[in-house]
Design a protein. Sequence first.
Length: 224
Amino acid sequence: MRLKQGILVGGVDEAGRGSIIGPLVVAGVGVRESKLVELRKMGVRDSKTLTPRARARLFGQIIRIVDSICVRKVAPEEVDGNVMLHGLNKLEARVMARVIDSIGADEIYVDCCDVNPARFRESIDQRLSCRPRKIHSLHHADSLNVVVSAASIIAKITRDQEIQEIRNKYGPEIGSGYPSDATTMDFIRKWVANNGEAPDFARKSWKPLRQMLEQTAQCTLYGP
């Protein structure tokens, strides 16, 4: 049966790396070679090119068709701890390695966050407990490889669910959670002004928030 279905091909991608609110989510899926054509027929592609409705539809279909799946969420405080040590890429490599160990694929494709794909591949490889036959580290893998595209959809939907939970508790004013979103930054600015600190679900290591906190500390120290 294994020979007919082919090897287990894995894809790994993340969502929320650049966000200032919420977790970094890394997802991996393993799919038999014989099913890759099904993913393509379903319309699986890079999650960023899909509408929210299309992502939601494909999410359920992907869950049903894949042979293995793993999702890891990295809390803002863990992201902060690694950013302070200039180790965001190493954090992502470490989490991706855990995901790869979990999905048990024979051959892996990962979306590379490092400017040097070979270096990122090696960083992941050093952290693996069970090495697959081959790891492909590619820029824009989420648009080049259908299995990575499937992983990108899983990561994106999971990340959106996390943001929605925060939104349900604190209101729509949190926006998308990205620094480029004026609504998000207004929310954080008001929070810091009112509370003198950042919300627990925000990344304090990100420069815009770090500057807000520094200004607040100076005002507290020296007074009006």
